[in-house]
Structures are given as structure tokens and as C-alpha cells.
Design a protein around this ligand. Structure first.
Ligand code: SAM
Length: 429
């Protein structure tokens, strides 16, 4: 397949916004497919088939290939390039919106195993992987991504690469970097190098926490500020009572001034369980019904482990240089993640939600906010929220490395799940 020729013949315009960097090197394509160990009974999911170079090789080996491509301009090109195969389904869909488990049942049900093989769109590598890993059972992933992200996912304890992403994924899978790929083998060349990694999902999770979303919360919070010790990050998230954290660490045989990168997955699971039982048991929090009326008070541990509990979450929509960002704040995390884009983080002691929101934006993006204005209150099934809109002023926007923020254009706001659920809100901006 000659990428350049296909692009020219079809007068195709490469779309940077979709992370389109097409692989041109036959040897690398073969190396990826060889690493995937595909048998004639394997079902393969490809995310972003592009012009179909990798898809072609996957179709030659797999029982069936299910490919999701967001760019409708690529569909006729794919249909033409892959017309010889009858073991291929191409869906013109955004993978982040797709109902992958239904599609697996529909198209890959007769397969012995289901694996993902893909040269991922780099701008959404993490949401794609976390979305699939947390919701669907896929046996293995052979995926290419930005080298830096590959190093994080495969990062070992005590190294600079080890962070919340490493733990969130290594908790459920063994991860191995297979090989590096130079930027020169793509058309157009990206401005970063890449790597192919294997994520081999455990049949059974070795160390399971009592509450998985709480465990993810502890892990994320522990790495919120890398220069701080583990205890200081936990204090930031869960409250100022240092003594309680000291007791927990002592109980687990972990030194008080430990840094988060020194703890392995099992230790994080134990830590989350201990915080849930010991630390949260007696702290009181407000409860709301789904119409935003206060219901009274409960203890935090009960609130966190009761899926019928409603939470108040404040959302801020930040305008900055014509781009928008949503930031959430809540006194504690919602139990049902993925309902909206990002769960809210914790408040400092004595801080109300809107001040917490402003502080967090400043800390994580170095953007100053002005003109905060309440737009509306939205009542969701699990989450009660108020929307504030704020203008931001700053010379520079530096996004915190651990944070998955996405600045979007105004016309893209309607794509965010929050505004999909509440389109009436958009009319107010
Ligand atoms: N597989 C091709 C290759 O290796 O040459 C293309 C890989 S390119 C890095 C990423 C592909 O993902 C592009 O075709 C892009 O249009 C597609 N893509 C980007 N965002 C997507 C999304 N949200 N859902 C599905 N496909 C997406």
C-alpha cells in the first residue's frame, strides 16, 4: 500500500484534529501484526484504521476485524482498499461514543479471544484505553502510542515514569513495551516518537480493592502533586487529619514520608481499603436527593459505598482565548464515574465548591479566573450540579502533566457528554 499515492489519488486532506499520522513502513506494520499473535479464531478490534494499511494485514490473519473510524472521508477509501475481505466490519463512529460490548457480541461472538490492535489516535490514547479497560473484557491490546505515554503505562515503581496511569492499568493487566517506532515512518511525521506496547489483561485481578472507584480515586489523588509526599497528597484530597494517615501507613508497614511512586499496586489497594474503613468511617457529609434538596447527613464511608447516594457537583465552564474547559468540584467523588467527563476533586478545608474550582484551575493550568457567574443548576440522575461560567486571563496555559484536560472550541462543546445530556444549557452561552 502506497500511503502517499492513496492520499493524492483520493485528494484526501489529512486532519490533524483526528491525530492522523499514517504508518508507511511495511516492516513495522508486519512487526505489529506478528507481535499480536493472531490466529484464525481471533477477533480483532482496530481503532482508527485510517487508510487501511494495518487493517489489510489484520484481515489476512484474523477471523473477523471490527474497525472504528471517526473520519467519514476515510470510509470510501477504506471500502475500496479492503474490498477483497469479507471478514471486516467498518463502523464510522467515534470510539469514545461507541457501544463496544454490543458490537463485540454482534460481530465477534464466535471468536476464541478478542484483542485490540491499533495505531491509536494520540490525542485520546488514555481515555480510549481506560474506557475499554474499565468497561469491557478484552483479552489483549497491542497498541502504538506516543513513547512518553507508553513509558508511563509500563512504568515501574521508583521511576519517574510511574504514576497514576501506570497503576490504574497495571492493576488489571501486565504491560510490556515491545519496541520503539521513530517518527520518520509516518506520513505526516508526528513531532514525537512512538512505541508499541502489549497490555495483557488478567483473567482475574490479583489484588482487588473493596471499592474500585474509590481505589482509582486514591491513586489519582496520590499523584496529583508529584513534588509532595504521599501523605500530603492524601491530605489535599481527603482532609487535614494527618495523624490518621500516619496510623494507616504504620499499620501497612510503610514509612511516613514515603513518596507515591514508591508504592506498588498491592500497596495502593491496601491503602485504599484502609482509608475507606478507618479514615472515612466517622466523617460526616451532606446528602442531597436528585432534585437538589438536602436530605440530611450521613458518614462519608456510607455515602461512598452507596450507589444510590446523590452528590452535589459544581461544574465550571472556563472560557480562555476562545477555548473552553470544564472543571468539576465536589465535596467527594460521585460513585458513578463516566457519567460526565471528569469526576470532581476534593476541596481544601473551609473552602466552598466555587473557590475549590478556581484554586484547582490555577494549580493545574496556571490560568487565573475572573468574572465567575452562575448560569444554571442542572439536576442529573446521580449528580447535582451548578454551572458557573468564568473568563480566564493568563499569558500562558501550562497543563498539569497528570491531568487529562481537554480545551475545546465552542462548536465542540455540544460533543461533551454533559451538554449532550443537557443541550438546553448550551443555549445560555
Ligand atoms: N491505522 C492507521 C495507520 O496506522 O496508518 C491510522 C492511524 S492514525 C494515528 C489514527 C486514526 O484514528 C486516524 O485514522 C483517525 O481518523 C482515527 N481517529 C481519531 N479519533 C478517533 C476516534 N475518536 N474514534 C475513531 N477513530 C478515530
Amino acid at each position: 500500500m502506497n500511503t502517499k499515492k492513496i492520499i493524492e489519488d483520493n485528494k484526501f486532506h489529512i486532519k490533524k484534529k483526528y491525530g492522523q499520522n499514517f504508518l508507511t513502513d511495511k516492516k513495522i506494520l508486519e512487526k505489529i501484526v506478528d507481535s499480536a499473535n493472531i490466529s484464525s479464531n481471533t477477533g480483532v478490534i482496530e481503532i482508527g484504521p485510517g487508510l487501511g494499511a494495518l487493517t489489510y494485514k489484520l484481515c489476512e490473519k484474523a477471523k473477523h476485524v471490527l474497525a472504528y473510524e471517526i473520519d467519514s472521508d476515510l470510509i470510501p477509501i477504506l471500502n475500496e482498499n479492503l474490498k477483497d475481505f469479507n471478514n471486516l466490519t467498518i463502523l464510522n463512529q467515534d470510539i469514545l461514543e461507541a457501544t463496544v460490548s454490543d458490537d463485540i457480541k454482534k460481530y465477534l461472538s464466535g471468536c476464541d479471544e478478542v484483542i485490540v490492535v491499533a495505531n491509536l489516535p494520540y490525542y485520546i490514547t488514555t481515555p480510549i484505553l481506560l474506557g475499554l479497560l474499565q468497561n469491557i473484557h478484552i483479552n489483549r491490546y497491542i497498541v502504538m502510542m506516543q513513547l512518553e505515554v507508553a513509558d508511563r503505562i509500563c512504568g515501574k515503581t521508583q521511576t519517574k515514569d510511574y504514576n497514576s496511569l501506570s497503576i490504574t492499568i497495571q492493576y488489571q493487566a501486565s504491560c510490556k513495551k515491545l519496541f520503539k517506532v521513530p517518527r520518520t515512518v509516518f506520513n505526516p511525521a508526528p513531532n514525537v516518537d512512538s512505541a508499541v506496547i502489549e497490555i495483557d489483561v488478567y483473567k482475574e485481578i490479583k489484588h482487588k480493592p473493596r471499592n474500585e472507584s474509590f481505589f482509582f480515586d486514591v491513586v489519582r489523588s496520590s499523584f496529583a502533586q508529584r513534588r509532595k509526599t504521599l501523605i500530603n497528597n492524601l491530605i489535599n484530597r481527603f482532609g487535614p487529619e494527618k495523624e490518621k494517615f500516619v496510623q494507616i501507613l504504620n499499620k501497612l508497614g510503610i514509612k511516613e514520608n514515603v513518596r507515591s511512586e514508591e508504592l506498588n499496586v498491592e500497596e495502593f489497594v491496601n491503602l485504599a481499603d484502609e482509608i475507606l474503613t478507618a479514615f472515612m468511617s466517622d466523617e460526616e457529609v451532606d446528602l442531597y436527593d436528585k432534585d437538589c434538596n438536602p436530605l440530611g447527613i450521613t458518614v462519608k464511608r456510607n455515602a461512598l459505598s452507596d450507589p444510590n447516594t446523590y452528590f452535589k457537583v459544581v461544574s465550571g465552564l472556563i472560557r480562555y482565548n476562545g477555548l473552553y474547559l470544564i472543571q468539576k468540584r465536589s465535596p467527594y467523588k460521585p460513585m458513578s464515574p463516566n457519567i460526565y467527563e471528569l469526576p470532581g476533586g476534593g476541596l481544601d478545608s473551609g473552602e466552598d465548591e466555587i473557590n475549590g474550582l478556581i484554586r484547582e484551575i490555577k494549580e493545574e493550568t496556571e490560568v487565573d479566573l475572573k468574572n465567575i457567574e452562575l448560569v444554571d443548576r442542572v439536576v442529573g440522575h446521580y449528580i447535582i450540579r451548578c454551572i458557573y461560567v468564568a473568563d480566564a486571563i493568563s499569558d500562558k496555559v501550562v497543563l498539569h502533566e497528570a491531568v487529562d484536560y481537554k480545551w475545546v472550541k465552542k462548536e465542540e462543546l455540544k460533543e461533551l457528554s454533559m451538554f449532550k445530556k443537557h443541550p438546553e444549557l448550551l443555549e445560555k452561552f
